[in-house]
Design a protein around this ligand. Sequence first.
Ligand code: GUN
Ligand code: ZN
Length: 482
Amino acid sequence: MTSRFEILHKDAAGRIGKLTTAHGVVETPTVMPVINPNIQTIKPSEMRDFGAQMLITNSYIIYRKEELREKALKDGLHSLLDFDGPIMTDSGSFQLSVYGEVEVSNEQIVEFQQKIGSDIGVPLDIPTPPNVTREQAESELETTIQRLKAARDLVKDGMLLAGPVQGSSYPDLREQCASTLSKVGFDVYPFGAVVPLMETYRYADLVDVIIAAKKGLDPSAPVHLFGAGHPMMFALAVSLGCDLFDSAAYALYAKDRRYITTTGTYHVDKLQYLPCSCPICVSRTAEQLKKASNCQDLLARHNLYVTFEEIRHIKQSIKEGNLLELVEQRCRAHPRLLSALKQMYRYSDWLEQHDPASKSTFFYCGPESSKRPEILRFSRRLDRFSLKGKALIRASPTRIDSEFDHVLIFRPPFGAFPQELSEIYPFNTESVHNPDYESLEEAYMNVLELIGLNPHVEFTFMIADRFEHPLIEKLKHLATII
Ligand code: GUN
Ligand code: ZN
């Protein structure tokens, strides 16, 4: 079976890809607006105007209501929703997680999704929430895997089939599940039961879940982060290798009179200005928006506009090779996101395996940048410089440069590298004149390593005042400091 997902561009573990479905090709990363078959503030036929390429709806809601079920079986899902692009259907697992049971079996709901012409169907997985006992996580996972295998046997062609990765907050179970599903072979891999993590701002735990699940998958497999709809965390999730999102948030937030931005959410009644240039926001004042009789509809529209604006922003960043800069900016919007950024860089080793070896200028955005995969890659490759004789390490050109066999540039957070490389990625970094402690720490650790790797070289290190750091004491034993 040829892959329905083609990766076109990469940055960090993020990518721009193309997913082929029976109703057309979608370019990822993208968000699927959630359509409630019963109530629609914005019609599915309007969704393309916001930038949506694919929708998601709930087949269980359709199945349960006779009128919808009959129409879907007779005319098809696309006619029911009046949308001729790709539509993914969920299975009722969410209702299962909220109400404890559903009036349908796995086989019934999978066959139903197929019959109504869904483009991507989802089996009835069990969304095991975070922090349950290991026993519960294991036993529910076993049921989930059985159901997914049964679904795989039922669906042979036409509809793409999603294989949700469960495993609660146990990284080994998440990885194991992903790897088992990989062997069975699904078309899309949603990471499930992460809504409780997002609702409680546990983004650092979300990072753990995503990375564990990704480790069990083939890197070329498309990944959907189930229930993720707030644009402030899209860049982070994309950089970890998530390709699809679904947003009920645009409508749910609007219902609560909340106005989404890429850095957080405002209650519309607290807004004196509208910090957005979408068609909704440029044509009215904050006061008019608040008082509008259709405020909820207007907010839902604004929320969708900013959601897709962020997706375009992310895609542009992937093309330019500065997705991590965008992630670092976005993660400064909330301390919990900052924790997630720090958590993500604990996996720099893993990120480094996916990160393209060459991209655009490395921009230093703050202390966390010193933990970027590029820095780790550099420190691993220090043994590639072959040095002999006398080496000078300094930040900018000096009168004594010509007295040395090698002149190395000192540029935090990297450390020291031959000056011939200074215009070459990643050394052409845009860094700060007065580096912070963390960036100096990385740089000096790498210099210490370099000196250790070259015991026969005589090092002279010209250290400017702005590079003050406790590690200089250690260097004093190994090099001449001037
Ligand atoms: N929607 C949000 N989370 C989940 C999940 O874990 N499984 C399914 N099927 N749908 C979801
Ligand atoms: Zn707006």
